[in-house]
Design a protein around this ligand. Structure first.
Ligand code: TRP
Length: 362
């Protein structure tokens, strides 16, 4: 069976290093591994509108930001199909049919939907479109016959819900849809990179993100202001690693060779952590090391972005072509779905003959 990837992001802001270690970096590796027959990367503007209905301008502005972030991280339009969700109307049509296979109470139990409703204070005023976005996400995945969905672990309930829809569809209408699986980062720190203030989630509204497009100075400033262990007051004090943002970022970013290059007194992160826990290692030294490591990874991304920014129409052209190709694929799946559901009246010659016969006999 062919191996197909689909994943995507909501265009509600520039992408940050949480997106990068949680998913983007992996996508580029998967893209370059040659193990996948097709890779679809979707800018989920329609999903972004489910909770930004009154702010379409924000969504519109961020499409180019996300596309620039994708390309500057190394997603390559020769290898990966990048497209805009709303430009593939087949996705909406699939959702309409999948809605019949999902109960309201099942959606209410979806942990991601539950916590997002809380976070956004929707409670009694949840837009129907927002409430049903797990169904729309199942359309995104199945339309491309995706086998593999690389995401952060906050998206696991979405993939689970999609798998249930696939199972239900196939058992009601016959084997049609491909069962996908999630691919989450092996490294736990990559799954949940906190904000620079130590808060669980990086979010634009909290102002605690490091963006891929931040300048070298901005990144450095943010790292030097990072939350660490609030009880680690003197250098000689023993420090805590757990919940210490700087060490969580090091878990996500640093490799042994970074020590030889930037901090040769230590062989690896375990040694650095042990020293910190023992006492005698100051935050500033660890932060400077993290800064060196992160700048090394972010510098090429930043400079590719600068290049891409010189030709914005070319970036839109990549999305236009990608959207056209994505639509061809989705249309094929939709026609298979309609055949399975017996709503393909006009290509079903047998149906027309049968009905004609019934009437001529009657
Ligand atoms: N919900 C995802 C996010 O917020 C974006 C998304 C939309 C997605 N459709 C998808 C991710 C399908 C994976 C597969 O980041």
């Amino acid at each position: 069976m062919s191996q197909i990837i689909l994943t995507g992001d909501r265009p509600t802001g520039r992408l940050h290093v949480g997106h990068y270690v949680g998913s983007l970096r992996r996508r580029v590796e998967l893209q370059n591994s040659g193990e996948y027959d097709k890779i679809f990367i979707m800018i989920a503007d329609a999903q972004a509108l489910t909770d930004n209905a009154d702010n379409p301008e924000k969504v519109r502005q961020n499409i180019i930001e996300v596309a620039l972030d994708y390309l500057s991280c190394g997603l390559d339009p020769e290898k990966s199909i990048m497209f805009i969700q709303s430009q593939v109307p087949e996705l909406t049509e699939l959702s309409f049919y999948y809605m019949n296979l999902v109960t309201v109470s099942r959606l209410q139990r979806n942990p991601t939907v539950k916590s997002e409703i809380q976070m956004r204070n929707f409670e009694a005023s949840i837009p129907v479109g927002f409430f049903t976005y797990p169904i729309s996400q199942a359309s995104d995945i199945t339309a491309f016959k995706a086998t593999t969905v690389p995401v952060g672990d906050d998206q696991l309930p979405m993939i689970e819900q999609c798998r249930e829809i696939v199972h239900k569809f196939n058992s009601v209408y016959g084997e049609t849809l491909v069962m996908p699986k999630a691919l989450i980062p092996e490294n736990e720190s990559c799954s949940r990179l906190p904000g620079i203030d130590g808060k669980a989630k990086m979010s634009k509204s909290l102002g605690n993100c490091i963006y891929l497009s931040d300048s070298e100075e901005e990144v450095q400033k943010k790292i030097m202001s990072m939350f660490t262990d609030p009880d680690h007051l003197k250098v000689s004090d023993p420090g805590k690693i757990e919940g210490n943002t700087v060490f969580i970022y090091l878990d996500a970013f640093c490799r042994d060779e970074h020590f030889a290059k930037y901090l040769p007194d230590y062989q690896n992160l375990d040694e650095l952590k042990a020293h910190y826990q023992r006492g005698g290692l100051g935050d500033v030294k660890v932060k400077r090391f993290l800064n060196a490591v992160m700048q090394e990874e972010l510098a090429p991304i930043r400079s590719r972005r600068k290049e891409l920014e010189k030709d914005i129409p070319a970036v839109y052209e990549i999305l236009r072509k990608g959207s056209a190709e994505a639509e061809r694929t989705a249309a094929q799946t939709l026609s298979e779905v309609k055949r399975a559901m017996k709503i393909n009246y006009f290509d079903d010659m047998e149906l027309i003959r049968e009905q004609a016969k019934r009437y001529s006999e009657g």
